[in-house]
Write a protein that binds this ligand. Structure first.
Ligand SMILES: [Zn+2]
Length: 308
């Protein structure tokens, strides 16, 4: 991370310039869990004097819908979250910021991995993979030398079975993830020939010089995969990033909230007349252990966050 001297008279005072991102996917209405993650990101950026990029992950175009894209901007405005870089609205996004404009960037990373002979073609169907109990790829195609350019073929990055990734997390401390056992060789280019989320996210974070990644604990495997890939590609910026993996907002039955499970959406809350104060107050209770008063503004939430 780049340290910038605040004052030439006092070289001991440094300001670490945090560059973080809010990275929603326009494949469903945003829910409370998304709101909590974005609020935490915004609060960290404000506290550290950093900047926020709005990065909308639309590489999976089939799942992208205009109404979900619009919902992202309406939700962030409703939550009082501001960003300094990225699209100003859905039209600006489609014209200037869609991930489909950066396909060359992703392709370049895939080519590098391929030149280093770190990839292999995998023709396993989803059904076939689901028949294995282990979450890790069982290595079926690894030594078959299948043609890379065949139709319906994914590309996987080779991961040794004893590979383990350790990183420092600002919330969890030292995290060790047994990558070889948990994911094994993972997909970097999908069967539809588009780059995978893991590759796209790493490429974008590198491209936009992100040095602070705030995400849910469910994405620890992603962080481990991306750190491993960054190592292979010598992307030192990502490796030196600060990571915050926060706990997940759960429903009454203890399940994590998800769009597919029909979690209560922010859009539903807005149309029923709830204000963002509902979200601030719940966030303060669940993430900051604060329940003295209702939290009615983002500024009030910021004050509470700074004192924790
Ligand atoms: Zn395979």
């Amino acid at each position: 991370m780049k340290a910038v001297s605040l004052s030439s008279r006092n070289p001991k005072v440094y300001l670490y310039m945090i560059r973080t991102r809010i990275a929603p996917t326009p494949s469903g209405y945003l829910h409370l869990g998304n709101a909590f993650s974005f609020l935490l990101t915004a609060l960290i950026a404000r506290k550290e004097g950093g900047t926020i990029l709005l990065r909308i992950d639309d590489i999976d175009a089939e799942r992208t819908k205009q109404e979900y894209l619009t919902d992202i901007f309406e939700s962030l405005e409703w939550l009082g979250i501001e960003w300094q870089e990225g699209p100003t609205g859905p039209d600006d996004f489609m014209q200037n910021w869609t991930q489909h404009k950066r396909l060359d960037l992703y392709q370049a990373l895939l080519s590098q991995l391929r030149e280093k002979q770190l990839l292999f073609a995998c023709s396993c169907s989803r059904k076939k993979l689901e028949s294995f109990k282990s979450t890790a790829y069982p290595g079926i195609c690894e030594n078959l030398n299948l043609p890379m350019e065949a139709a319906d073929t994914a590309w996987r990055l080779k991961v040794p079975s004893d590979e383990s990734i350790t990183f420092q997390d600002r919330i969890l401390g030292t995290v060790t993830f047994p990558l070889g056992q948990e994911t094994g060789s993972f997909v970097v280019r999908k069967r539809d020939a588009l780059p995978s989320y893991q590759l796209v996210s790493l490429a974008d974070d590198t491209h936009f010089r992100i040095n602070c990644v705030v995400r849910g604990e469910d994405l620890i495997p992603s962080t481990a995969m991306q750190l491993y890939m960054a190592d292979q590609l010598n992307l030192t910026g990502f490796k030196r990033s600060e990571f915050y993996h926060h706990k997940l907002q759960r429903d009454e039955s203890g399940q994590k909230l998800s769009k597919s499970a029909g979690a209560v959406s922010l859009q539903y809350m807005r149309t029923r007349g709830f204000g963002a104060e509902e979200v601030y107050t719940l966030f303060a209770e669940q993430f900051l252990n604060y329940s003295e008063t209702r939290v009615t503004t983002f500024g009030q939430l910021e004050t509470i966050f700074r004192s924790t």
